[in-house]
Structures are given as C-alpha cells and as structure tokens.
Design a protein around this ligand. Structure first.
Ligand code: NAD
Length: 250
C-alpha cells in the first residue's frame, strides 16, 4: 500500500542513524513520499538523505533558529512547490533532577523540543494553509503524561507537555484550513538519545514497568507517524497517540 504517493514530507532531527526520524523517513519513502531530512550537520543530513535513495534531500537546519527554519522551507517550496507533512522530531534530553537543572539546561531542552516545534510549524503553516492540506506530527513523550520517570528530567517533561499544549491549540486553530496537528507520545524506545548515559540497571528498571516487557523499536514509532501523516488519519486532529508498550494506560 502506498499511503504517501506524491506527498512531500519534512522530518527534523532525522540524521541520527538509529533514531526515530530516520525510521520515519524510511517508512515514508517506502510509501511513496519524497522526503527532506533536516538536522544540525549538513553532511550528516545529506548522507542520511542519500540512504533513502534518489531524489530525497538533506539540509542543515537548527530548529531553534527561526531564520534557518524559514530558509529551509523556502528552499523546499522552490524545489517541490508543495509540502504535505512536517514531523517535528528534533529533540534532546538530559537525565537531571529538579535542583540540578541550570539555566543553560533549561534553555537547551526547552529550545530544541518546544521552541523548535513552534518555529518549524510557523515555517510550513502558510504553505499548508494555501494548499488547504497538511499534516503536522509532533514528538511528545510518555514523560509528559506520567511525570517523567523514564530518563529525561522535569525540564524534559515540561518541554514535552508544552508540545502537547501547542499541538492541541494549533490543531484547533488550523483545522478550518484542513491542516491537522497531532502528537505522538513514545515510551522507552531503543535509540541513541540517551547518549551513553543509560546504565543497564536503569534500562532493566524501565523495562520492568513495561507490560509488553521490551523497549520499543524506532519502527514502532514510525508506523504511528505514517498513520498520522497519511489520509488514514484524515479525521484525527489534536490527538496524542501513545506508543509505549502499555507503560502508561490511561
Ligand atoms: P536521537 O538523539 O537519535 O535523534 C535526535 C536528532 O535530533 C539528532 O539527529 C540530533 O542531531 C537532532 N537535533 C538535536 N538538536 C537539533 C536542533 N537544534 N535542530 C535540528 N536537529 C537537532 O533521538 P530519538 O530517540 O530518535 O528522538 C527523536 C524524538 O523522539 C525526540 O524529540 C525525542 O525527545 C522523542 N522521544 C524519544 C523517545 C525515546 O525513547 N527514544 C521517547 C519519547 C520521545
């Protein structure tokens, strides 16, 4: 089934080889989409795009820089003429306790996760409104819903909870123009976001709390992103889609 035939999609933070963004980009391509990978490093973005096959693009874009977001979308508009899907996937986390969060920690985590989601959305919304068609998919987290307790600290939970608020308010505002906005709330997924700071002990404790008894795979999240990006979810907006192996059932 080709769920995204003729569609053009942007996935931020998709250069990480084992990351959720790369898995989403690959699945979107399998379903007929043309994809642009945006990430901090131009070379890494280009090489990830090359892995997707011919015709896909890799661009450097720091999502905390509004001018960079606008420039990337301007470039894609010139190349493609339209843009159907934005996945706001770029994100960072830090395993800190409340009293250890410095101003710099707060800024870094809030800026990439929350500010970046707003800036990239602001960059694509005018074109999606003109087309009267678009799907924005935002990466929140189970940490937003259950008060952390996975890996990221309270500032990460706050940023991801902020993404849920932003998702729902943008969904309400953009619905009349047929631009849908939804969030995915992954649980514990095996990627490199933990940057070597996840011990075996921490991992075992987390898996103990997952009814399905295993960490999620990037492909588990990619399937949810494909659903929200495609017309299968045509009447879904403002939703939060849990992909957590049962670690939060509510
Ligand atoms: P990852 O670390 O593998 O990939 C994140 C990517 O974002 C990297 O390629 C990085 O270079 C990029 N990035 C960081 N700052 C950026 C910026 N300012 N501009 C552009 N790109 C930037 O992480 P992942 O595990 O694939 O996570 C993807 C998303 O899913 C994140 O938003 C994360 O918070 C969320 N999430 C992950 C999990 C998990 O368990 N892995 C759980 C819940 C939510």
């Amino acid at each position: 089934m080709s769920l995204l035939n003729g569609r053009f999609a942007v996935v931020t933070g998709a250069a990480s080889p084992r990351g959720l963004g790369k898995a989403m980009a690959e699945l979107f391509v399998e379903h007929g989409a043309t994809v642009a990978i945006l990430d901090l490093d131009q070379g890494a973005a280009e090489s990830a795009a090359a892995d997707l096959g011919e015709g896909h693009l890799g661009l450097a874009c720091d999502v905390t820089d509004k001018a960079a977001c606008l420039a990337a979308v301007d470039y894609l508009r010139g190349k493609w003429g339209r843009l159907d899907v934005l996945v706001n996937n770029a994100g960072i986390t830090q395993p800190l306790k409340t009293m250890d969060i410095s101003p710099e920690n707060y800024d870094a985590v809030l800026d990439v996760n929350l500010r970046g989601t707003l800036y990239m959305s602001q960059a694509v919304i005018p074109l999606m409104r003109e087309q009267k068609h678009g799907s924005i998919v935002n990466l929140s987290s189970v940490s937003a819903q259950r008060g952390g307790g996975i890996f990221g600290g309270p500032h990460y939970s706050a940023a991801k909870a902020g993404i849920l608020g932003l998702t729902k308010a943008m969904a309400r505002e953009l619905a009349p123009d047929n631009v849908r906005v939804n969030a995915i709330c992954p649980g514990f997924i095996a990627t490199d976001i933990t940057a070597g700071k996840l011990t075996q002990e921490m991992s075992n404790a987390i898996v103990d709390g997952i009814p399905m008894g295993r960490p999620g795979q990037a492909s588990d999240v990619a399937g949810c992103a494909l659903f929200l990006a495609s017309e299968l979810s045509a009447y879904c907006t403002g939703t939060e889609l849990d992909v957590n192996g049962g670690s939060l059932i509510h």
